[in-house]
Design a protein around this ligand. Sequence first.
Ligand code: ADE
Length: 239
Amino acid sequence: MRIDVISLFPDFIAQCAVFGVTGRAVERGLLSLHGWNPRDHAQGNYRRVDDRPFGGGPGMVMLIDPLRSALNAARAADPRPVRTIYLSPQGAPLTQAKVHELAGRERLLLLCGRYEGIDERLIAAEVDEELSIGDYVLSGGELAAAVVVDAVARLQEGALNDAESAVQDSFEDGFLDCPHYTRPVSHELGSVPDVLMSGNHGDIARWRRQQSLVRTMRRRPDLFDESALSKADRKLLEQ
Ligand code: ADE
């Protein structure tokens, strides 16, 4: 998969390709990351990329033309169809289901804004989808783009080692993940739950499912979908 990112700070995005699971996905040829700086597509001595907002008010708005030229250059760099996504707090919330959909595409083009935003005409004409990583305001789309890159990279076939399998992640089945423990069994901060030491795989699976359901109910009642519960789940919740 190929991801292109339009950003005034393309070095920030390049760092994604250096560390951890994303770095490994790049190393294994499962993902390629390309940054494009709209300043390289701006005109004049000052290479302006922004201007004051019509109607007044604080901040600056990113100009149409440098962004459009950078978008077109990125699109032309590879013949495969590409989905253009603008990261902004006005976007639809990014979910694990959305991440799966994006991870299945051959190409993504992520557009990062700075300042007060981007001229709305560019968004209307060039953007397929607007996504937000949460109900808070970042000073630019770069961190949000890095979130998308990471979440999508780890779902590429072969990016995770067996031990890191994504199947049991939080949200994969609609519920939060269960707690995890490792050595030592006994520690001044507490002991590992007996069931995990029992060797009984059925009991362990049931305990994990129960923990996962109870956590979701308590911490994220907004996610807790009663209708997704099986008969066995209901029994676990009664215990
Ligand atoms: N840019 C600024 N804030 C953002 C957010 N919450 N999500 C995505 N992009 C953003």
